[in-house]
Design a protein around this ligand. Structure first.
Ligand code: GLC
Length: 797
């Protein structure tokens, strides 16, 4: 371990734990040595395939040392499985089939072809596969796979212009090509900056864009993998998996369609409770009920909206999970009620490590019923975390998931609104090497047995599954809110994510955009950074700029490490405090829009924060832009990420754009230089957008194109639970002098009291009629009852 890391560790865990970490590392090495083969076997190509057995939706091929099964789950989605190797358990993929897909089979001189309505696969006898679209263009080209012992190697040719996105949580440029990535969830050790790899949450998935077309590929294999995406050979992606069957899904189509397919397979992110889209205040070191009260009071005193407060490990009794320190939090249920009365929800942290302590019931019960992971010699594995030596639940055992889930009962009864799952990579403190379990640690794997090589990347996913299932059981009338540091494919079904222990630097702020966008493109839409970075002391300016950027990110939380200077919004004084207040208020105004985007994500898997290429995946000019992002389809956000900058260049894609602050209009495509004083960052609205905002009353902001059409959706429900909802779709048509808006809707929720307001941007409304009756126009605002058709005549002057 290098000196910097050692010092950081000392700062966070103390001397005693650092010394114990030497012992922990030694023990890990001893066990690692026993399970890892001393000399890695050499790579050998699979022998040629000899037979093909047709299936209605695919085919099975066999050769002397490998088999390949191909199944179409829809005309544009195909699953390929090379064996031998253990098949994945259905932890990530929850659907077997999407739509009917019939396939025609052909035999050729060099092999076979399988054709659906959307694509043709040419399978050469040597195992190489070409994917073609109906016009014959090859959009993916695989070389025959190779094996070494239990490992698989897969090489895929990359086109010269091809870009690659995704891979889960990464601190690299948005286009992942040209680097080597590791799929092995890992705590980078209390602080990380751009370039660190791997991080806490990996997803072996990529989205490819190129002139030949676009597609998404997901490797359903949780073993450790290395993805060399053109780093060693520029035109080859070379992937190696340490074990398991080589199974992967290929979804053909533009990013929105491919991601909709992927999230149909691995699950869509469910509707969160509405408060979760608000502002969360957190800090490692809120040590007592009084301190928490003072912080929340500070938000009231300074007139700052607050939706949730997070309790980090200091609320626990000696870091024992599921306990509360009664001395410092004498009446947690009372505190939670009091805060909820002020509109503030309480979220508590939980780590998977259970302190070794015979006087502690969770440990005792877990030991008595064999809930914890064991070493190959049958002894319970111990690792070091905050409380000292810990044992770890085996979440791959359904009985353990249920037992663990039952532990949430007391917190649920206390009124805890959400749970924050940390250290679930899983992380253990070690003085050197892998900060996790030895790979030989045994796991139940739903009864079939396996070890940590297979279970490691699934650990966080399954901890969240245990909690999710428990919350659905314990509090069926409410939507669970879980926040997790680690995860794998499918985690979006259970939890939100934050980007972990980032540095407090401008570079880390800049990294936030590609990291958040990359997670969204990996099917994980709800994520965001610790504002100001976790581990350091941001300057006032850095904090303000970070806060402004995070206002438009799905998860909006202020959090910092123990020992760093305080950063509740008021500690920065003026003018920062007023600026932060304005952005907090803006977040509140945006809630109807964010909530509608959440509903869209639940329907289609589309991320809330999107890269520019989402607008037009065929336009190469958009492929590498990572210094700004879209929030839904209406807003373009260009954070300021340079110290001292008071203006910035913004690339506007094709079409008309409104400056959100001034309503000034710009025409894209092109780069514009815009003012960015400390109190604002450039934000643009796409012409044609209808943006719902919470103001005195619900207000629809209409940003008209000079001529043409536009639309906006508004989703509404009770904000939690599973009761009635409504979706109103507004379609606007701007013609010379007249704006016509039609509304169609579905759902049973009555429209909230008070009709609606429409604020017209860009032109001056003169007169308006709702369903034929005149309605008042005040300045730019039309005040209307709920209409089916609204006609606004525009002042031509
Ligand atoms: C980890 C988390 C951080 C948390 C700390 C103490 O470093 O990433 O958010 O504050 O542990 O629980």
């Amino acid at each position: 371990m290098d000196l910097r890391k050692a010092l950081l560790a000392l700062r966070f865990v103390g001397l005693r734990t650092t010394l114990r970490a030497v012992r922990a590392a030694r023990e890990r090495d001893r066990w690692e040595g026993r399970v890892l083969p001393a000399v890695p076997a050499a790579w050998r190509m699979v022998k040629p395939l000899e037979t093909m057995e047709p299936l209605p939706d695919g085919a099975r091929f066999a050769g002397p040392d490998a088999e390949l099964e191909i199944r179409f789950l829809a005309p544009d989605v195909v699953r390929l499985t090379w064996t031998p190797g253990v098949l994945p358990l259905p932890y990530a993929v929850v659907r077997e089939r999407l739509t009917e897909a019939s396939v025609s089979h052909k035999r050729h001189a060099e092999g076979w072809s399988l054709e659906s309505a959307a694509m043709r696969l040419e399978i050469r006898a040597d195992g190489g596969i070409h994917f073609r679209d109906p016009s014959g263009t090859i959009w993916r080209e695989e070389e025959p796979p190779a094996r070494a012992g239990e490992a698989w190697r897969h090489r895929v040719r990359l086109g010269p212009e091809e870009r690659i996105y995704g891979l889960g949580e990464r601190a690299t440029p948005l286009n992942r090509r040209g680097r080597i990535y590791r799929m092995w969830n890992r705590d980078p050790g209390g602080s990380y900056g751009p370039g660190a790899d791997p991080l806490y949450l990996s997803v072996p998935l990529w989205l490819s864009l190129g002139p030949e077309g676009s597609y998404l590929v997901f490797y359903e294999n949780p073993f450790e993998a290395i993805f060399d995406l053109g780093a060693t050979e520029p035109d080859v992606a070379c992937l190696t998996f340490a074990g398991g069957a080589l199974r992967y899904f290929v979804c053909m189509g533009p990013p929105d369609q491919a991601l909709a397919r992927y999230t149909a397979l691995t699950g869509r992110p469910p509707m969160p409770p509405r408060w979760a889209l608000g502002f969360h205040q957190s800090r490692w070191s809120y040590e007592s009920a009084d301190e928490v009260r003072t912080v929340v009071q500070g938000f009231r005193d300074h007139d700052l909206p607050l939706h949730a407060i997070h309790l980090d490990i200091d609320y626990m009794d000696g870091y024992r999970v599921f306990t509360v320190d009664r001395r410092r939090f004498p009446d947690l249920p009372g505190l939670i009620r009091e805060l909820e009365g002020q509109g503030v929800r309480t979220v508590v942290i939980l780590d998977p490590g259970v302190k070794v302590d015979p006087g502690y019931s969770v440990y005792r019960e877990g030991m008595a019923h064999s809930r914890f992971c064991r070493l190959p010699d049958g002894s319970v594995y111990r690792g070091l975390v905050w409380p000292g030596w810990c044992v770890f639940p085996d979440f791959t055992d359904p009985g353990v998931r249920e037992w663990w889930g039952d532990q949430y009962r007391s917190f649920v009864e206390m009124g805890v609104a959400g749970f924050w799952h940390d250290m679930n990579e899983p992380t253990t403190f070690v003085a050197w090497g892998e900060p996790t379990f030895p790979r030989g640690v045994r796991h139940a794997m739903e009864g079939r047995g396996g070890d940590h090589r297979e279970a490691h990347n699934l650990y966080g996913l399954l901890m969240n599954r245990a909690a999710w299932e428990a919350l659905r059981r314990l509090r069926p009338e409410r939507r669970p809110f879980l926040l997790t540091r680690s995860g794998w494919a499918g985690i979006q079904r259970y939890a939100w994510n934050w980007t972990g222990d980032t540095e407090s630097t401008w570079a880390a702020l800049r990294q936030t955009i590609p990291t958040v966008l990359g997670l969204g493109l990996s099917g994980i839409p709800y994520t965001g950074p610790d504002i100001g970075g976790f581990s350091g002391a941001p300057t006032v300016e850095l904090f303000v700029r970070w806060f402004q950027a995070a206002t438009f990110m799905p998860f909006f939380r202020n959090h910092a490490a123990k020992g760093t200077p305080r950063r509740e919004p008021w500690v920065f004084g003026e003018p920062a405090l007023s600026i932060l207040r304005e952005f907090l208020r803006l977040r509140v105004r945006l809630l109807p829009y964010l909530y509608t985007l959440a509903w869209e994500a639940a329907q289609t898997g589309a991320p809330l924060a999107r890269p520019l290429f989402w607008l037009d995946p065929k336009d190469p000019a958009l492929w590498e832009i990572e210094d700004l992002f879209l929030l839904g389809s209406a807003l373009l956000v260009a954070p300021v990420m340079e110290e001292g900058a008071r203006s910035r260049a913004v690339f506007l894609p094709a079409g008309e754009w409104y400056d959100f602050w001034s309503d000034r209009r710009f025409a894209g495509p092109g780069v514009v230089e815009v003012e960015a004083p400390l109190e604002r960052i450039p934000v643009f609205v796409r012409a044609g957008s209808i943006l719902p905002m919470a103001e005195d009353r619900l207000t629809l902001h209409l940003y008209g194109p000079s001529d043409g059409e536009g639309e906006g959706i508004l989703y509404q429900d009770a904000g939690d639970g599973f009761g009635p909802y409504r979706v109103d779709r507004f379609h606007g048509q701007w013609e010379e002098g007249v704006l016509r808006i039609r509304r169609i809707w579905e759902g049973d929720l009555p429209w909230p009291e008070g009709g609606l307001r429409l604020r017209i941007h860009g032109v001056a409304p003169a007169r308006a009629h709702a369903d034929g009756r005149p309605v008042p126009v005040e300045g730019q605002t039309v005040i209307a009852p709920l209409f089916e058709e609204l006609i606004v005549e525009i002042d031509s002057a």
